[in-house]
Design a protein around this ligand. Structure first.
Ligand SMILES: Cc1cc2nc3c(=O)[nH]c(=O)nc-3n(C[C@H](O)[C@H](O)[C@H](O)COP(=O)(O)OP(=O)(O)OC[C@H]3O[C@@H](n4cnc5c(N)ncnc54)[C@H](O)[C@@H]3O)c2cc1C
Length: 185
């Protein structure tokens, strides 16, 4: 099973985790529910008229947990890379991962820099799949777009990164499409 460590539990990190866990991967999200979403009253997330950021986060966290995402209430202190694996260290201990999704906003710039990720004032440099210059390391949301930040953009970027990981593991492009149940009526 592919293990993906996701650093950051805002819309970007949770969205990446949803797609990964829903498709059979181990998705571990690190974060202490301190996202800026708690300061927001959201009217610009397509499909949702009006929701407090806190209610949005509660729904998102419950949704991803339902798909088997592991939410770890821990702050990541360091990340190292050896023999094609990443080691994520928190106060509680260490865990390994095959891929990293950095989704912790400006607070994860240091971790990104230590991994060798290229950074500019606007954020981590990423391609259209949210890949950084470091193999198997992705940057999404406020970390990649520090000055143009919206919840729906972070969630979209998390989904993009997850689909890229799913596609790389499958060796072909993949979608995550579901259809309504058939009406047997
Ligand atoms: C006052 C205010 C109002 C806003 N209103 C709106 C709005 O109406 N609509 C809208 O779309 N957007 C709004 N936003 C912006 C919105 O909150 C962001 O776009 C969104 O939170 C970005 O999501 P993200 O996943 O990229 O990062 P974040 O939500 O910033 O999540 C990052 C998470 O990672 C955690 N983290 C960081 N470092 C580590 C680490 N080392 N280990 C573990 N966890 C870590 C952080 O604590 C945080 O919980 C508002 C923001 C503010 C401040």
């Amino acid at each position: 099973m592919t293990t993906v460590a996701i650093i950051g539990d805002g819309p970007g990190g949770l969205s990446a985790a949803l797609f990964l866990a829903k498709n059979g991967n181990e998705a571990v999200v690190y974060g202490q529910d301190k996202t800026a979403m708690h300061a927001a009253q959201v009217h610009n997330y397509l499909g949702i008229d009006d929701i407090s950021g806190t209610d949005f986060q509660a729904a998102a966290r419950a949704q991803v947990t339902g798909f088997g995402v592991k939410l770890r209430d821990e702050k990541v202190e360091t990340i190292s890379q050896q023999d094609g694996r990443f080691t994520v260290r928190t106060e509680a201990g260490v865990s390994d991962a095959d891929y990293l999704v950095l989704a912790g906003g400006k607070a994860t710039r240091r971790l990104a820099e230590e991994l060798g990720v290229e950074l500019t004032d606007a954020g981590a440099r990423v391609d259209t799949e949210n890949r950084t210059n470091v193999d198997r390391v992705y940057a999404v949301g406020r970390l990649a777009r520090a000055n143009r930040s919206q919840a729906i953009i972070s969630a979209g970027a998390g989904a993009v990164a997850a689909l890229d990981i799913l596609s790389r593991e499958a060796g072909k492009d993949v979608h995550d499409w579901d259809t309504p149940p058939k009406d047997d009526g």
